[in-house]
Design a protein around this ligand. Sequence first.
Ligand code: NI
Length: 135
Amino acid sequence: MPHLKAKYWQKAHDPMLTKINLEEKFALFSELWSQKLVGQVNDMHVKLVKIQGEYVWHHHDHEDELFMVVQGRLLMKLRDGDVWVEPGEFLIVPHGVEHCPVAPEETHILLLEPATTTRGGNVDNERTAENLQPI
Ligand code: NI
């Protein structure tokens, strides 16, 4: 077991292994619709975003997207009907499904999606393009 013990110690003391506090991270920025990178799980990005208002209808050919509401309320418009997502809830939009995120009030969201995902999906343009900033 000494091997496992050593590994455990390494993990517990590795300065690169730092936990993420969502409240602290959300306090670091105020721009709306600007995704911030806070982690990566294999090929999946973990991102935070603040939104208010309505985005554009789009879909992603290959990427599924997970939207978890931390604060506020997210109305995910879907062609088959709308879904309200409340704090503590998440919604997975499978690839190929058209969606349009709407937030009547400022809403804080954790996103989990492949690193290849672009914000606007099939309607990527100058408005939806951005450089993903780690925070
Ligand atoms: Ni999308």
